[in-house]
Design a protein around this ligand. Sequence first.
Ligand code: AGP
Length: 612
Amino acid sequence: MCGIVGYTGPRQAYPIILKGLKRLEYRGYDSSGVALLHEGKLNVYKKKGKVSELEEAMIGKDVVGHLAIGHTRWATHGEPSDRNAHPHTSANGKIAMIHNGIIENYALIKQDLLKKGYTFTSDTDTEVLLNFIEDIQKNNDCTIEEALRIALKRVTGAYCILLIEESNPETIIAARKGSPLVIGIGKGEHFLASDASPIIEYTKEVVYVNDYELAIVKPDELILKNLGNEKITPYITKLDMDLAAIEKGGYEHFMLKEIFEQPSTIFDCLRGRLYAKEGLIKMSGIDENIEHLINANRIMIVACGTSWHAGLVAEYIIEELCRIPVEVEYASEFRYRNPIINKGDVIIAISQSGETADTLVALEKAKENGAFIFGVVNAVGSSIARISNAGAYTHSGPEIGVASTKAFTGQLAVLIMMALSIAKHKKSISDERYSSLLNELEQIPEKVEAILKNSENIKEISEKYKNASDFLFLGRGYNFPIALEGALKLKEISYIHAEGYPAAEMKHGPIALVDENLPVVFIATKDPYHEKIVSNMQEIKARKGKIISIVNEDDMISRELSNDFFSIPITDEITAPLLTVIPLQLMSYYVGISKGIDVDKPRNLAKSVTVE
Ligand code: AGP
């Protein structure tokens, strides 16, 4: 939920930190700050608002120093403000710390510190943790590293912290549990960040720090330890993404870039896995665990938001093709109720960031009960990817826009291949259906390309309805989850209230909403339900609702009933969601920008929800 950057080495640290924070703003942008160590003195600057506001406030300040940490915040404890911005400094002013996560037992710790006479300048749990560390250091007469280790054994919650102290001019001490931390290995320098985007222009050699690990980082030395103070050998991996991948690439917004990247990102997801002509799907995470999958008594899918919608599509596909019962759960509900998890269950976790706290904790609970965890994740090396027994990356590349678009279609592509592999092994699918679906899947990238070529049409339609106060999205079967996804996209990007429903459900209540001011978006592609959905369109028409429909190119009936329509290439009902979602992504984008909204950073949202 927050972005963290650190640097120690021969360069001036400030420019590195500032650029890194801008790359991480998608993780939260309520406030930001930086702490530099220069000639034994800590200089800490922080400001409410985006990083650009901090940058402005820093003009003329002492920003010299070869050691620095920086933070961009999504508020959890304490409203967005200068005083609650990170870095925080300890009571004695000698330690500066930044934190991504939540210290759940901070209130008790704070009470104890207040009794000892500590005062606080902020409402944050981070400041409590920092003073807790200082208190331990004082009472045990130990190093800051030892004090940190003791403190972390006593706190509950999630953290990625970086801290620097005046008496250690070259050292950053870092620790993580539940919030990500990547360390870039340079020549005589080290870079630390919440993900690789601030690091990649300096080095492609990185270490992903694991939960309960602590790193002591100097310019020419990286020591990893566990909380038991035992050294761990750092495992260095090579990044496979490039800097361009994290820039806007000429598009006005990351969201638009990522929508238009989908032909290639879906292709990248299929590449090396889908061999339509040979009738093969090769996915090591599935092939090596196929027994778990085909013998599953039940498959439970846990996810949040857009990823949860991908799970709903997967439920329909897996049940139809594999004949295995599937339950889709909001991770936040799953983790707090007392779900029945049996040894033979398979849990599929779907997550773009791989760091969503609700999904992560739901998995920990499922794993404790012996379930087999299969992760469908985009962020390589992320926490959910690492807790899973097996998995498949979507290979969608870094998704910077807060609204998930290319990661969603990547998730669908992986889940369809997964269902086809299982069905093939279970012999629950005919050879011709299997072969037909492989061919359909192979054609998806070019069909997405064809849709995107007509984006001007959806732009015109979108601008016509930008002042509506409510929208209904209706779909049936495989497109019902896409109706939900279209509604979520519009809500989060344009702030217009929107609801998705199964089209037939409309007559059980929502139809009362229909009048001449209500735009109703129908996903009405040719499938076994098409006649039914045409009837639903007529019911809306009879009540003067404005109909916007997503139809197949040759569907004249639906067009006749629509006030506006957007036609897409025909495909199998199972692969249709990969196409029907594209116009809805574009609609939310164009409505959002027509209302002057910063669609990459919509209000109140952040890209990765690593708090509960
Ligand atoms: C998607 O547009 C939303 N921003 C949000 O619902 C997101 O899908 C959800 O927070 C889950 O994130 P994850 O896929 O990274 O776990």
